[in-house]
Design a protein around this ligand. Structure first.
Ligand code: ZN
Ligand code: ZN
Ligand code: FE
Length: 755
């Protein structure tokens, strides 16, 4: 007989860890107790040495999916206490448990089996769930996480569910949303006029979908619009009704096998696709005839994640378009009455239920890169789980950017990023953003002591931060956009710095008041230097040039000394440029992509953000060629004029657009590698972080890291937060933490401005 003392550090509270340990302890015939501590859990167990060792081996292997075990410390002693049975001790320091709320988790295999078993009492019940699966974040109203404070509060448990809930041996022990057909929510189907139809709601929805109708389906964090995807006309009807002309649709496939029929799926992609978080994974298309779903080389694919989805697909629907039900940049609809009102004329029918969505949460979106998620939207399935960082700091509220807004709240080394919020220029989205601040603060019991926002004076997030700082008398730190991107990628990879940052995006406010976005920075969390950029591009008409790509094409051609005759309105543009009338300078990489897309005739009028770049990538052929990558001056400046001249001459010489697109991208890759190598030679820094929306280009992401390695550099990219502006709030928080720390050490230097 031995006694084992065990301390487990990490995210092990509020994830079903103690019931799991209880079951494991009974299996191994051990006695003792478990209790929560401020950093994790503490265990004391007694039993035979061999049994204790087997327990230690099984514990990390079989731990609940959401548990993050950072460290296990064990100590054996011969002296035993004589524990009898196993107890879960209540401790005083359960603050963290109460504040840790699980993300929503896809239906688990056990529940799936019961769902499809005619003998089970939850057979075909679309709200089946257990401790290992089901809705969480999206149904929580308040803490502590307890049924009464969730959307399930209005559904009292029936005696059978209640028994399961209180039985520690049961899979539904303390599963707050536990329910059954006798006591839980119900699903119903309404026609376009909002009249409930009799009969099996899910079967009706299936029939309507098969007949080519568009059906709104209530999911976990919001509504989807679903329809068949094998018919281009139906997709076109949905586009027309939703006014989503060209933006790709995501699809839901019944299974991995059906996904494989339309896309290539690597093992790593399959793992993410089938994982419990169930994001939309951007997969390379392989089947022809999918252009009505996505105009580029990728298709966003997800697998069913709720029991309702499983039943909706049944055995005979393979694939459905599943696009978020939101209108022109407003947040995703999540209330029944809103859906019925707003989607009138868009959806032919509505598959709804009476379990309320408390918190809106969009589908997450990612590529898989180097075997891990490469996020474009971190939302359902991930939020509100924290990102663990080194050298964190409590009480920071980072307000993010604007178009892809998100925020972060910090507690020690845990940073809690919000879900995808959307474009703050929209009033409803701004309200959602403000509402989520309050919600997160309450859920995680964080009282902000310091606010941090972007340097851009006109971002709605900046205004929010300024107003709040003033109202609450809190210090406010404004952080340069690309510095925040860089810090986000450093924190994403636990890098202490200094680092070189290749930060490419469409636009960000520079310290000189111009728009930046093709940057090479060097520095750390506390400060940075701008060591490289691209030759600034005057944007004719400012923001209009972001949509009307010809305007950028005109500037590039004119500046490079090329013929501009073919461009409509060339004379007007010439006048505006000459007069310097509303032609702000931008070194945004996104503009270079846009301009080249227009010069090649790939895209002249952007229908959605970044479309020029996306189509350029899609067009790019396999080609090794490149154009001159001229770097001049100090800081290094990429002079794109020789490249533009080469592009025009090849285009006019009949070289296919796809080949030119590839050579253009190769040139940018070469330029990035040369710039970073040069900065590295001067500074001795070898870690290179890649961040910013332009790195959502997989052609670049599959090639640039190798080119950096060839030059002795160490490339890093995002895997925990998004590479676009959504991930930026993490960087803001980390910069604030570092500066705050420095500020305290060095009392004389005050970096904070208080309004
Ligand atoms: Zn389950
Ligand atoms: Zn029940
Ligand atoms: Fe950005």
């Amino acid at each position: 007989m031995m006694r084992l003392h065990m301390e487990i550090r990490g995210v092990v509270q509020g994830v079903g860890f103690r019931p799991f340990v209880h079951r494991l302890v009974s299996e191994h015939d051990l006695n003792g107790y478990i209790k929560n501590t401020s950093s994790g859990v503490e265990l004391e167990l007694e039993g035979e040495h061999a049994a204790l060792e087997r327990f230690c081996e099984a514990l990390p292997q079989r731990a609940p999916k959401l548990a993050v075990i950072e460290e296990i410390r064990t100590r054996y002693t011969e002296e035993t206490v004589g524990y009898r049975g196993f107890t879960i001790r209540q401790s005083k320091t359960e603050a963290f448990r109460n504040t840790l709320i699980s993300p929503d988790i896809c239906i688990c295999d056990d529940c799936l089996r019961e769902l499809l078993d005619p003998a089970d009492r939850r057979y075909r019940y679309p709200f089946i769930n257990c401790t290992n699966c089901g809705p969480r974040f999206t149904i929580v109203k308040d803490v502590p996480y307890d049924r009464a404070l969730t959307s399930m509060g209005k559904f009292p448990m029936c005696p059978r569910c209640d028994r399961e809930y209180h039985d520690i041996e049961n899979r539904r022990y303390h599963a707050q949303p536990d329910c059954c057909p006798d006591c839980g929510p119900r699903v119903f189907f309404l026609d376009g006029a909002g009249r409930e139809l009799p009969g099996d709601a899910i079967e009706t929805a299936r029939a309507w979908l098969k007949a080519g109708k568009i059906v709104a389906v209530k999911g976990l964090g919001g509504m989807h619009l679903a329809c068949r995807c094998d018919d281009a006309q139906i997709a076109a009807r949905l586009r027309q009704r939703k006014q989503r002309d060209e933006k790709p649709f995501a699809v839901m496939c019944r299974s991995l096998e059906t996904a494989r029929r339309v896309c290539t799926v690597s093992d790593a992609e399959a793992e993410v696709l089938c994982g419990f978080r169930r994001p939309i994974v951007l997969l390379q298309k392989r089947a022809p005839g999918l252009s009505h779903l996505s105009e580029n080389g990728y298709l966003g694919v997800m697998l069913p994640y709720t029991p309702l989805h499983v039943l909706l697909f049944g055995a005979d629907i393979d694939m459905l378009i599943m696009t978020s039900a939101n209108l022109s940049d407003t947040p995703i609809l999540c209330r029944n009455e809103d859906a019925l009102r707003e989607l009138r004329g868009i959806a032919d029918g509505f598959l709804l239920h009476d379990r309320d969505i408390q918190t809106r949460c969009d589908d997450s979106l990612c590529w898989v890169l180097d075997g891990r998620e490469y996020p474009a939207r971190r939302s359902r399935g991930y939020v509100p789980f924290p990102v663990r960082v080194e050298n964190g700091r409590s009480g920071i509220l980072a307000c993010g950017a604007e178009q892809k807004a998100s925020f972060c709240l910090t507690k020690g080394n845990y940073v809690f990023p919000s879900q995808h919020i959307g474009d703050l220029k929209n009033v409803e989205t701004l309200e959602h953003y403000e509402g989520q601040f309050a919600h997160f603060q309450r859920l995680f019991d964080i009282e902000p002591e310091l606010l941090v926002c972007d340097l851009h004076p006109d971002y709605m997030s900046t205004r929010y931060a300024q107003d709040r700082a003033e109202a609450e008398g809190l210090p406010l730190l404004q952080v340069q956009h690309h510095h925040a991107h860089m810090a986000a990628c450093m924190a994403d990879n636990d890098l202490p710095g200094p680092c070189i940052g290749l930060i490419w995006d469409g636009t960000g406010y520079g310290t000189d008041g111009t728009t930046w976005g093709g940057e090479c920075l060097v520095g750390g969390y506390e400060s940075f230097e701008r060591r490289g950029s691209i030759r600034p591009i005057p944007l004719i008409g400012g923001d209009r040039a972001v949509k009307e790509l010809d305007r950028v094409a005109f500037t590039l051609l004119r500046d490079a000394g090329c013929e501009t005759g073919g461009i409509p309105n060339a004379d007007t543009y010439e006048t505006m440029l000459r007069a310097g009338l509303n032609c702000p300078l931008s070194s945004g990489m996104g503009r270079l992509f846009d301009g080249v897309a227009a010069i090649l005739g790939i895209k002249r009028l952007a229908n959605y953000e970044g479309q020029g770049a996306v189509l350029l990538e899609a067009a790019a052929a396999e080609d090794e060629g490149e154009y001159p990558a001229v770097l001049t001056g100090e800081p290094l400046c990429f002079d794109w004029r020789p490249m533009i001249r080469a592009i025009v001459s090849e285009r006019d010489g009949g070289v296919p657009a796809g080949v030119i697109a590839a050579r253009f991208l190769n040139t940018l890759i070469r330029m990035a590698a040369e710039t970073a190598a040069s900065v590295s030679r001067e500074t001795g820094v070898t870690d290179v972080v890649l961040s910013g929306g332009s790195f959502q280009n997989m052609y670049i992401m599959h090639r640039l890291p190798e080119k950096l390695r060839e030059r002795g550099l160490k490339p890093w990219h995002h895997s925990r937060v998004s590479t676009n502006d959504e991930g930026l709030s993490l960087g803001q928080a980390m910069i604030a933490a570092a500066i705050w720390k420095k500020d305290e050490e060095n009392v004389s230097c005050s970096s904070f401005e208080t309004d």
